[in-house]
Design a protein around this ligand. Structure first.
Ligand code: DP6
Length: 402
């Protein structure tokens, strides 16, 4: 039996992928750029085993056996095996391609948070399969076939997914554009919104946008192209203020094309909008103080949760403001409410206190996750952390759930 265990990160796009030109092999209409998040707070973990003793390919996700019929998983598996068959590496055993595979995968973050679990999950699956079968070279174009945004989780730091031009998608790949510490001491705060609304998934939502939105034509042909160029420039010049403005503009444009979709795809809630308005007021205060390097930006995926990029020097004050503006409901202690990196409570200045409405309502956010930017997928060499039992190749009883 050959076994590999890996972890892979979540990524959050600052220039969004929204709309495909090919649904089957997942080719996007525009380039996108993302930050990979630290795996300390959120990651997917996957163990892949191959063995001549297995009688079938099998797949367990978050403790439950799932069918391997899923065409996206199949595409990833087929492509890995095709590439492996072309390549003979040291210690390569040809039989390995005829052996069945067992895959066990878990997310260490609650799916209720509505965070990009499929990106981390598919990146982890493809990275682990790549290790087992000794596939070298670009793995992002394989992860892309699991879920578009997954291709960006193959790398750490700032990542660009090039849409590519070719019909076979071989040039639609992600590349690292800057390391995790490019903007030094950058923190990320995810505001998990207490929303019961039923949402349209990204795949269906973006299909509907491409089919019905006029505004989407403008996004694809004009605005997103020039925004990508400006964003690359802001990144190269480490121009944080411009980075923030472009991130906010692109999130707003994505949600504008969602609103322009027929019927509309509505992802942001009143609480989401309350977070954006607080951030704009905060930034205005910073601008008035001539302190544009400590601006904060927000971005929203296909859901109500705000993802904030926050310079480390103001992370404590932003968390303190959020705690006052969006207090937890009485059942939660501040420690349960703010998860992830610990911070000391601070007293806010008068100016900052003035940003908080007098009639705040508690319980509008479920909780906050305080994290940072991080690196790409990791191999876990200690067999104790494997999700599959080395004797049977079956999920360890607790391992696949915890
Ligand atoms: C809003 O990658 O989930 O998060 O390719 O259909 O699986 P599929 O979609 P998915 O879309 C993510 C969209 C987004 C923006 C982004 O991550 O760029």
């Amino acid at each position: 039996m050959k076994t590999v265990t890996c972890t892979a990160p979540v990524n959050i796009a600052v220039i969004k992928y929204w709309g495909k030109r090919d649904e089957k092999i997942i080719l996007p209409l525009n380039d996108s750029i993302s930050f990979t998040l630290s795996q300390d707070e959120m990651c997917a973990k996957t163990t892949v085993s191959v063995s001549p003793a297995f009688s079938d390919d099998r797949f367990w996700l978050n403790g439950k056996e799932e069918s391997l019929e899923n065409p996206r998983v199949q595409n990833c598996l087929k492509e890995i095996r095709r590439r492996a068959s072309k390549r003979k590496f040291e210690g390569y055993d040809e039989d390995i391609l005829n052996w069945h595979v067992h895959i066990c995968s878990v997310n260490n973050f609650p799916t209720a948070a509505g965070l990009a679990s499929s990106a981390a999950g598919y990146a982890c699956l493809v990275f682990a399969l790549g290790q087992v079968y000794g596939v070298e070279g670009d793995l992002s174009s394989i992860a892309r076939q699991g879920s578009g945004s997954a291709c960006r989780s193959i790398f750490g730091g700032l990542v660009r997914w090039y849409k590519g031009e070719l019909e076979d998608g071989t040039d639609s790949i992600a590349r690292s554009i800057a390391p995790a510490d490019h903007f030094s001491d950058l923190k990320v705060i995810i505001c998990v919104v207490n929303a019961d609304r039923k949402k349209t998934g990204s795949t269906d939502g973006m299909r509907r946008t491409v089919q019905t939105s006029q505004l989407m034509q403008h996004r694809v042909k004009e605005s997103v192209k020039s925004r990508i160029d400006s964003m690359m420039e802001a990144i190269q010049e480490k121009n944080w203020s411009s980075f923030c403005d472009l991130t906010i503009a692109d999130s707003n444009e994505m949600h504008a094309v969602c609103q322009d979709t027929f019927p509309p795809c509505v992802y942001m809630t009143d609480t989401s909008h309350a977070v954006t308005s607080l951030i704009h007021q905060y930034n205005e205060l910073k601008i008035a103080q001539g302190d544009i390097n400590h601006k904060v930006c927000y971005t929203f995926d296909a859901g109500p949760n705000a993802c904030l990029f926050v310079p480390g020097a103001v992370a404590e004050e932003i968390l303190a403001i959020l705690l006052l503006a969006f207090p937890p409901d009485s059942s939660e202690t501040p420690d349960e409410y703010v998860r992830g990196i610990r911070v000391k409570p601070i007293t806010l200045s008068k100016e900052l206190m003035s940003l908080i409405d007098e009639d705040v309502k508690s319980g509008r956010l479920k909780y906050l996750i305080h994290t940072k930017v991080g690196d790409g997928p990791q191999i876990i060499r200690d067999a104790a952390f494997s999700l599959l039992d080395q004797a049977t190749g079956l999920p360890k009883s607790a391992g696949c759930i915890s």
